[in-house]
Unconditional design. Structure first.
Length: 453
């Protein structure tokens, strides 16, 4: 292995120790690890896929430390009783899928361990995030700013790949992983770009998250330089979202803005001129970047109808199709069988979990009973987030209102993407980061309780 691979392992181990000592600082290390892991993987012989789990030890140590120092579930029950109730129901819904995994023998145990990386983050990280953000609220904004800066640097790889600045560089594109991502439209072959990341999907998820977060940071800081800086990051992140060629991310940009304005329509009267200016500059920047890649622009414009068809295809109709005995059946096929890492531990098991949509993936893993529990968990979480936003609105705190509504808009947009493709939640960091955002949004309720009395 190259020396930088060993250095990366050392950094992960050191970061895990730092996360245990200072859990509220853990995300800085996690963000750096996630930025480097795909680059390290491409340069390591064999391109080991388990490197995508590199951030997991750091997240795990952070969670362990917070659990040790706090009665976490009692805290969550008191702060967010509705979300807590949904979580308990969801945990009961996992019992049958876990027993189905155990029926596969030793391979099933490995599947459970792989699934706990994602499901564990979804269950525990909102609670951990809610607790940490109550105690270190200002740190939350610094972490998000750091994330957008790091992602902006990583996005540079996408135009480097597009313009073939370094055509034979193993760290740019997906040639080192023996992959080439393309899409077909009549008369054209559209290439998708990954840059420094391992796939266009990963470039897309980081770019769209950076885009949305940077918009919220634009409203956080008052100085002209800060506003210009984060507006520039948002536009640059839009370029990364555009070049990835994944409609499920690019189309989220207008969805996010619509939700953002709707959730803050009263408070936004104060920022009317700012918003119009922001959207105007954003539209100009979008027009410029769109004209840099004709094939990709044509792909986005000409396949809009197909995108709506995919939303319909991977919605509830796909769920009912999955419940057929020839597919997942009533009981499902076991926890984690459709996760990205599951295929590396199933060996010769022919489970046949091929579902792409997020809802149908839940259906094939959890079965009818588990899926209903998961739906209630999702409902309870969104209801708690909505109640939190209403509490913040009543507090008359403009900044907190924009953030609670903005984070809810971000999660709402990501939920729409998850309906079309469950791949985004199968990535450990993405599952963690979305859970972290949920917990941060829920923490605003406690920060604004006194103001509403």
């Amino acid at each position: 292995m190259p020396l930088y691979t060993y250095a990366f392992f050392f950094f992960v181990a050191w970061s895990a120790l730092q996360a245990y000592n200072k859990p509220h600082k853990a995300l800085y290390y996690i963000i750096i690890i996630v930025a480097l892991q795909d680059v390290v993987r491409k340069g390591t012989p064999g391109a080991p896929s388990w490197l995508v789990l590199a951030c997991s030890p750091v997240i795990g140590m952070m969670v362990i430390k917070v659990i040790q120092d706090n009665n976490l579930f009692q805290f969550y029950k008191k702060q967010q009783p509705i979300a807590y109730g949904g979580l308990i129901i969801f945990l009961y819904g996992l019992i049958i899928p876990i027993f189905i995994d155990l029926s596969y023998g030793f391979r099933g145990v490995l599947i459970i361990l792989v699934s706990f990386v994602v499901y564990g983050f979804i269950i525990l990280c909102p609670i951990v995030s809610c607790k940490l953000n109550l105690e270190y609220k200002e740190e939350f904004y610094k972490i998000l700013a750091f994330y957008t800066i790091v992602v902006s640097i990583m996005i540079i790889g996408a135009p480097l790949e597009y313009y073939e600045v370094y055509p034979n560089n193993q760290f740019i594109g997906t040639a080192a992983l023996d992959m080439e991502w393309i899409r077909y439209i009549p008369g054209k072959i559209v290439k998708l770009y990954a840059g420094f990341y391992r796939s266009p999907d990963v470039l897309g998820i980081h770019s769209i998250l950076s885009c949305m977060v940077a918009v919220l940071l634009f409203f956080k800081y008052q100085s002209f330089f800060a506003k210009f800086f984060f507006l520039s990051i948002s536009i640059w992140s839009t370029y990364g979202t555009f070049l990835c060629g994944r409609r499920k991310f690019f189309y989220l940009i207008p969805v996010f803005f619509i939700l953002l304005v709707y959730l803050n329509k009263i408070l936004f009267k104060k920022y009317f001129f700012t918003i119009i200016t922001t959207l105007g500059v954003f539209a100009i920047g979008l027009y410029i970047v769109n004209n840099q890649s004709d094939d990709t622009a044509v792909y986005y414009v000409t396949t809009t109808d197909e995108s709506f068809e995919r939303i319909e295809k991977h919605g509830l109709s796909a769920v009912f199709e999955t419940f057929k005995p020839s597919q997942g059946g009533f009981w499902g096929k076991g926890l984690g069988v459709s996760q990205q890492g599951a295929r590396f531990v199933t060996g010769g098991l022919k489970i046949g979990a091929w579902q792409e949509g997020g809802l149908s993936r839940l259906a094939v893993e959890l079965g009818v009973i588990g899926f209903m529990c998961a739906l209630y968990f999702i409902y309870a979480t969104f209801r708690s987030m909505w109640n939190t936003h209403r509490t913040v609105l009543r507090s008359k705190k403009v900044e907190d209102s924009i953030w609670s509504g903005g984070l809810l808009a971000l999660i709402g947009a990501m939920a729409l993407s998850l309906t079309v493709s469950g791949q985004i939640i199968s990535d450990p960091f993405t599952a963690f980061f979305i859970a972290f955002i949920i917990g941060a949004q829920l923490s605003f309720k406690s920060n604004n309780k006194e103001a509403t009395k």
